[in-house]
Write a protein that binds this ligand. Structure first.
Ligand code: SF4
Length: 368
């Protein structure tokens, strides 16, 4: 009987999807509470195709850099940040970042640098402007996807400038887009528990809103699988959808599964998310975010085999070659820190889809 009720509820949502109707909070909760995971996957894939998705699965060739691991915020889920006094603290100069990036570019010809870091109070805003300018001058054809909204907010504190002024200055120095980090879960209850030192979510939205209005595209994320409940997950997705309605500048949504190793949550016995939860989250994201074109199955945190399955649950992007990821690996990710293009192509093809190398803005560079 219970199974029949759940099936009926999914049928109602299916009718809305087929009719192109928007799903609401109640629909999102029904989806999250469903344990018919294969039906969710099929429905999400149907939604993706109805909204114009084809056989293509995108990836980008990119390099991950972290300019500093020094951070004042102390989020409880973070295994990456250190204080300035710790032996493994680093803050790279523009010269060091350029030397590293140019060397890596000779090896892999990446088209994007993805760089984020801690909120160090030991630099000035000029430091950020200089590293952007130096990277852009050294590699003018490489797209610079740099700094979370939290880091942009930090720069307003360092400089006394507004979010708009910080973004405009960075854009003029060579910034191309923003990654989506710092979103975590927007609900106040969760924020207080996992990241009490982080700025209010309103600033996250204000930064992305300002970026979109300045013509700087951005990405958005959700860190799930810790203390949040289903309602807080759906609330998070709905807030992103509202922002996208207003400004339309999100290129992609990336769900990020919480990794507990080396955090306080590990000592409390927390474990990694399960495969079913990861797949459900991909499917529900695709269904709820009807105005964000790309949903990423981030293989760094899911592993490639699960990311491959996620391509049938609404995902259409596997992120990229991701040379040298460090943040999730500090928190116990057991995946490789890099995937070579032939491997990505093999995974996508064996999932029955067409691999397409893209640039950051989703222009197609090569199809297989
Ligand atoms: S998640 Fe970011 S802001 Fe929070 S402690 Fe880690 S580096 Fe700092």
């Amino acid at each position: 009987m219970a199974l029949l009720e759940r099936t009926d509820a999914l049928d109602e949502i299916r009718e809305k999807v087929e009719a192109g109707e928007r799903l609401d909070l109640e629909d999102g909760l029904t989806l999250m509470e469903s344990d018919d995971v294969l039906a969710l996957g099929e429905l999400a894939d149907r939604a993706r195709r109805l909204r114009g998705g084809g056989e293509e699965v995108f990836f980008v060739q990119n390099l991950y850099l972290n300019q500093t691991n020094v951070c004042r915020v102390k989020c409880k889920f973070c295994a990456f940040a250190v204080t300035q006094k710790q032996a493994d603290a680093y803050t790279y100069s523009g010269e060091q970042l350029v030397e590293d990036a140019v060397h890596q570019h000779e090896l892999t010809a990446f088209t994007e640098i993805h760089m984020v870091g801690g909120e160090t109070p030991h630099v000035s805003f000029d430091y950020y402007v200089d590293i952007v300018r130096q990277l852009h001058e050294a590699l003018p054809d490489v797209h610079l996807k740099l700094f979370t909204a939290s880091e942009i907010h930090h720069m307003t504190k360092l400089s006394g400038l507004t979010h708009e002024e910080v973004l405009r200055t960075l854009r003029d120095a060579g910034l191309g887009s923003l990654p989506g980090g710092g979103a975590e879960i927007f609900a106040d209850r969760v924020r207080r528990l996992i990241a009490p030192g982080k700025e209010h979510p309103d600033y996250w939205f204000h930064t992305h809103d300002a970026a979109h209005r300045l013509g700087i595209p951005t990405h958005c994320t959700m860190l799930y699988g810790h203390v949040e409940n289903y309602e807080e997950r759906i609330d998070h997705l709905l807030r992103l959808r509202e922002q996208q309605d207003r400004t339309g500048g999100f290129l992609a949504f990336i769900p990020l599964a919480f990794h507990p190793e080396n955090t306080v949550f590990e000592r409390r016995g927390w474990r990694h998310t399960t495969g079913v939860d990861d797949l459900k989250l991909i499917a529900v994201s695709r269904l709820m975010l009807d105005n964000i074109p790309n949903i990423k199955a981030y293989w760094i945190m899911m592993g490639m085999p699960m990311a491959q399955v996620a391509l049938h649950f609404g995902a259409n992007d596997v992120q990229g070659t991701v040379v040298r990821e460090q943040i999730f690996h500090a928190a116990g990710a057991r995946t490789a820190t890099e995937q070579k293009i032939p491997e990505l192509v093999r995974f996508v093809r064996e999932a029955g889809r067409v691999p397409v190398q893209r640039d950051t803005l989703y222009n197609q560079l090569r199809r297989w």
